[in-house]
Design a protein around this ligand. Structure first.
Ligand code: LLP
Length: 410
């Protein structure tokens, strides 16, 4: 059952009882606001759905790398899925024990692998044969024997946006099954790497539990053939964007549990979006209403939330205060000098005026983590709502931050 995080109380939009306008007035706009309660509730829902497997959950930091959020999820028992040395650093700093960190990614540099080995992380997900050789050499040099999983590419086209499908044959991700089999047959050639599992992630915002189950079946077969005991099935559990329907995570569990139960394997997942997307909003202020009321210009755009421009994602828009006026479609745009900077081509909203506040919903995942300083705009503040109170978990950037890494006096 969908959780409710946002509700109108006396016509004012609130998050877990806190009026969003109160935060916006105090911190300014644009501001990302997250509900801690909702994040933890999402984790509980995942755990409940997959109870028969008792899987490990590694929070995929790329969805939202704020330390307060990582710390909360680690505190609730999650490990961390990192895709760069920077994310390993974030995970460690937020208190994640090294053995619960998994390092994935198609382009691990020597320096990143060295950092991962020196940190003593739990797993490296290896994405190609050359990476395995590189890992073997570095592990030998450092006198380590890290655990690795081979990331297999099951050559399946997942039903999702083409930019976030990763498991098809033409994708840059993972190792084709034939090649993985060959590497496993010759795993003795890599004495400093303990190849103990398989990893797979066929895409994000997935739409078909049967495809996930088919991919898992391939992984189980290969794992059994080589007596591998660990299966990491990646992330991808979907959330509902505007007016959207997302396949419930319970349906994914219903398809996956029969494939995985009784195989005697340890299963892990790497959810990102599912844990944090619906817990977050981006609150912005209306700057102008133009074209006879047909276009609303906000003080936030693709610099803060890239998803609409990059994936034509449609995030719900909610006014912070509602009146009696009827809603109608308006184009909602950002201030960036790009035609692609359209937050929504036709959001159904009541008439808005300069100074009104709106919340862009389902923005907790891949919002702030993909934000940039394009057009020299400082990145927004981030706020966490927790037990009826709120606190800033990242300050708004300043103009000084824009030139921080340039030499002084330039
Ligand atoms: N594991 C691996 C290996 C991944 O590549 C990803 C996401 C995840 C886990 C987490 O997937 P999730 O549970 O969040 O679906 N920026 C895009 C999404 C990119 C996802 C990249 N990989 C968006 O805003 O939709």
């Amino acid at each position: 059952m969908p959780e409710t995080t946002l509700t109108y109380v006396e016509q004012e939009l609130t998050m877990d009882g806190v009026p969003l306008a109160e935060i916006a007035r105090s911190v300014g706009t644009p501001v990302y606001i997250y509900s801690l309660r909702r994040i933890l509730a999402q984790l509980e829902r995942l755990r409940a759905a997959f109870t028969p497997l008792q899987p490990a959950f590694h929070y995929s930091l790329k969805a939202n790398g704020n330390s307060a959020i990582i710390r909360a999820l680690v505190g609730a028992g999650c490990g961390c899925d990192a895709v760069s040395a920077g994310e390993i650093f974030l995970a460690r700093r937020a208190g994640c024990p090294p053995e619960r960190i998994v390092f994935a990614g198609v382009g691990k540099t020597r320096a990143e692998i060295r950092y991962a080995l020196e940190t003593g992380i739990g797993w490296l997900n290896v994405e190609n044969a050359a990476e395995l050789r590189r890992l073997e050499a570095l592990a030998a040099e450092l006198g380590h024997r890290p655990r690795a999983a081979l990331r297999i590419n099951p050559a399946l086209q997942a039903e999702t946006h083409r930019h976030i499908a990763t498991g098809h044959a033409g994708s840059k991700f993972g190792i084709p099954l034939v090649e993985a089999r060959m590497l496993l047959e010759h795993r003795g050639d890599y004495p400093h790497v303990e190849i103990a599992g398989l990893h797979m992630h066929i895409g994000s915002q997935l739409g078909r539990p049967d495809e996930s189950a088919a991919a898992a079946r391939l992984a189980v077969e290969l794992a059994r053939e080589f007596q591998l005991k660990h299966l990491n099935l990646g992330g991808g559990f979907p959330v509902a964007y505007e007016g959207g329907h997302a396949v419930p995570v319970e349906d994914f569990a219903a398809a996956l549990v029969p494939v995985l139960a009784k195989q005697g394997m340890k299963v892990a997942f790497e959810p990102g979006r599912f844990l944090v997307a619906e817990a977050g909003v981006l609150v912005a202020e209306v700057q102008y209403v133009k074209r006879g009321g047909r276009t609303v210009v906000l003080d936030t755009g693709m610099n803060d939330l890239l998803r609409p421009a990059l994936y034509e994602a449609r995030h719900p828009l909610l006014p912070l205060r509602v009146g009696e006026a009827a809603a109608r479609p308006v184009q909602v745009v950002g201030p960036i000098c790009e035609s692609a900077d359209v937050i929504h081509p036709a959001a159904v909203l009541p008439p808005l005026a300069e100074g009104d506040l709106v919340a862009i919903g389902v923005a907790g995942a891949y919002g702030m983590s993909m934000a940039s300083n394009y057009n020299a705009r400082p990145r927004p503040a981030e706020v966490l709502v927790e037990e009826g109170a709120w606190r800033v978990i990242r300050a708004r950037e300043t103009f000084e931050d824009l030139i921080r890494y340039e030499p002084k006096g330039q």
